[in-house]
Design a binder for this molecule. Structure first.
Ligand SMILES: Nc1ncnc2c1ncn2[C@@H]1O[C@H](COP(=O)(O)OP(=O)(O)OP(=O)(O)O)[C@@H](O)[C@H]1O
Ligand SMILES: [Mg+2]
Length: 340
């Protein structure tokens, strides 16, 4: 018997490393915050969540530490995850005057059965009436597709903060996919390491991330570009001015870019000819903040021979797909019921 109850108020969640977004059918995005919990160093008790937690930890790092219970696409703490999601759900219910909503949660490819059960339990124990899980890539494919039918074969490459997922979906189902070790965070750290070992420069994570966004490219730029930074030299211990070159950033990113290209080729190789034919028609889609790496779309087109596109709203493909689903539950009912 299906537990699906379309009369209930539905709320969709995208829980990722750098943000938690919730949406409903009428107002679209109704909540957004960072997935952080402030935990007391004294007794390990959670005391605040979201931006308030970050603020508290910055103000008093001696008493509180910041914990992200969904680090690296995994549930690293059930207790803090429950505290975070439970509070968010209660906050949304209070704001929207909703009682016992039904929840749809977008989840990564690599989620284990134990983690699936944990997510469902957390929401049920926090007052949800029913909980459904849908794959991130399925949501993204629904966001991308422009047809009125359920989308046929799509290859979605999601380059996020903590994970990169390469997945083939068809008719609202995940067909195949794999997760790579590289991600936006890995690439940023590669740039930090490169600058440290080649030039003895100590960049903060934020500086390296900005350099990635401004100078990074998946293949050599025709004319080199530069960014001037003020940075600590580890040998002299002094601050100095330094002109970072796009060439260095390209070198630092190179192995991650190759990993992404190889991953796409590997996924295409194991995909059935019928679905490959759909993918050739539809194109390969890049989503997630990391898909904005300069020239990556052209490089993938060049390497695979399949037209590649960057989704317009890179970090919102999952929640945009979720909103489409919430707005048209009768059309998507089957793919949601399936996951009970
Ligand atoms: N212009 C840009 N060029 C390259 N990378 C970028 C750009 N803008 C954002 N990013 C990267 O995108 C990443 C964040 O992507 P996104 O918002 O999709 O992550 P997420 O969904 O929170 O993470 P995950 O899916 O791994 O849980 C960060 O590593 C950031 O550096
Ligand atoms: Mg993501």
């Amino acid at each position: 018997m299906s537990l699906f109850n379309a009369d209930s108020s539905f709320i969709g969640f995208d829980i990722s490393q750098s943000k938690i977004i919730a949406a409903n059918k009428s107002e679209c995005i109704i909540f957004q915050d960072v997935p952080e919990v402030a935990v007391s160093n004294l007794d390990g008790k959670p005391v605040a969540y979201g931006a308030n937690a970050v603020k508290l930890c910055e103000q008093d790092s001696h008493t509180y530490k910041k914990v992200n219970p969904f680090e690296g696409g995994k549930i690293t703490s059930f207790v803090y995850g429950k505290y975070l999601l439970g509070n968010i759900l209660r906050e949304i219910c209070k704001m929207r005057n909703v009682v016992r909503p039904s929840i749809i949660v977008a989840v990564p490819l690599s989620i284990t059965e134990v983690e699936e059960k944990a997510i469902v339990d957390i929401f049920l124990q926090s007052g949800a009436k029913q909980v459904f899980l849908l794959n991130n890539a399925v949501c993204s494919a629904i966001a991308i597709s422009t047809t009125s039918l359920l989308p046929n074969g799509y290859l979605v490459v999601d380059i996020g903060y903590a994970i990169t997922e390469i997945a083939v979906t068809s008719i609202g189902k995940l067909v195949s996919g794999h997760t790579l070790n590289t991600s936006g965070q890995v690439i940023t750290n590669e740039i930090r390491d490169y600058m440290k070992y080649k030039y003895d420069l100590l960049l903060s994570y934020e500086e390296a991330d900005n350099i990635k966004k401004e100078l990074g490219s998946s293949n050599p730029l025709v004319s080199e570009i530069h960014k001037r930074i003020r940075v600590k030299n580890l040998k002299t211990n002094d601050m100095e001015n330094f002109l970072v070159s796009s060439k260095d950033v390209e070198h630092a990113m190179d192995s991650s870019i190759r990993e992404i290209l190889d991953g796409i080729i590997r996924e295409l190789k194991i995909t059935s000819p019928e679905l490959v034919s759909d993918i050739i028609d539809n194109g390969i889609f890049l989503v997630g903040g990391g898909s904005q790496i300069r020239n990556l779309d052209n490089e993938i087109t060049h390497v695979t021979g399949v037209n590649t596109y960057v989704y317009k709203d890179t970090s919102k493909s999952v929640i945009n797909g979720m909103i489409k689903i919430l707005k048209n539950m009768s059309k998507y009912r089957d793919i949601i019921s399936d996951k009970i």
